[in-house]
Design a binder for this molecule. Sequence first.
Ligand code: SAH
Length: 216
Amino acid sequence: MSVESRKIRLVMDLRNAGVTDTKVLAAIERVPREQFVEEAFLDQAYANQALPINCGQTISQPLVVGLMTQALEISDRQKVLEVGTGSGYQAAILSKLARRVYTVERHRDLLVEAERRFTALGLHNITTMVGDGYKGWPAQAPFERILVTAAARIVPPDLVAQLSDEGGIMVIPVGDGSGQSQEVIRVRKDGKRFESERLFPVRFVPLVQGVPDARA
Ligand code: SAH
């Protein structure tokens, strides 16, 4: 089967599994996932599964990318923060839907590869930073939308503080780092009021505080 027909089948599967937002489905169609996976997994680029990437991390399952992106309710006027760039795939999807994407990754090696992909694909509305996303990106705050793609034990207070208080939405997996019992939570912020909902179970690598020693 060709890459194009595998991709079309994946998009149909995602729609059947609950990704019904046509803008999100179009973004998934427009981003070549095969350019974000390791060469050894090229033939699985359009399988609905997470795959290993460098630094012991993973590129998320397409269904999870679709559902989390849909849950963010993004419009093209908004500024989005992503924590956990990884391969850059989720940031590329966000870049098709938002005005600007800020993405933070603690592993420099992953970020260098992701940046190369953004340039090759002409995705010019993504800004990257090596850092501890647990602390967010204070210099660029507030963000209308925040997406965390690693599991946090608690919703990081700095991220809540950096979420716009005029209808800001954050989507974040919360639970223990072993991958057991994690759930995606959606936080809505209006003025000083918060509302949080539990959306669906997931399995993410843990959100780790601090940045690895560059010499390690
Ligand atoms: N969104 C990615 C998947 C990310 S896997 C993609 O589309 O491919 C989770 C990523 O979060 C990993 O790359 C991990 O290094 C990163 N991460 C974990 N804790 C972090 C932190 N505190 N700050 C920034 N990145 C973090």
